[in-house]
Write a protein that binds this ligand. Structure first.
Ligand SMILES: [Cu+2]
Length: 113
């Protein structure tokens, strides 16, 4: 390892500990797709923290994504929206709130570790 790469590694570690101190250690962005009556790309588990889920509607029907108490706006075909939510350890449900869609399968559970 050269002196230069060692400096970069140390800087990255310092940045990580600053993020942890600020309480954003678990922050991540997840890209999710809504098709007609399914979600694709939802993680099964996420670390506790504040996360942003970016939803793209690739279906023909309108869809949204509600996680816990937060939701995207209702997205028409081709639209993208986002929802940022702070999750604590445990389980949290997500659904599409368009009538009938959750019952048809647009729902699931995230495990927050
Ligand atoms: Cu839907």
């Amino acid at each position: 390892m050269t002196r230069r790469t060692r400096t970069i590694v140390v800087s990255a570690l310092a940045g990580a500990s600053l993020m942890a101190a600020a309480g954003v250690a678990g922050a991540a962005t997840y890209n999710v797709t809504a098709g007609d009556l399914f979600f694709r790309g939802m993680p099964k588990s996420v670390p506790a923290g504040t996360h942003t889920f970016v939803l793209k509607n690739t279906g023909n029907a309108p869809h949204d994504l509600k996680i816990g108490t937060k939701k995207t706006k209702i997205l028409q075909k081709g639209q993208t929206g986002r929802v940022t939510v702070t999750l604590k350890k445990g389980k949290v449900s997500y659904i599409c709130t368009v009538p009938g869609h959750a019952q048809a399968g647009m729902k699931g559970t995230l495990t927050v570790k």
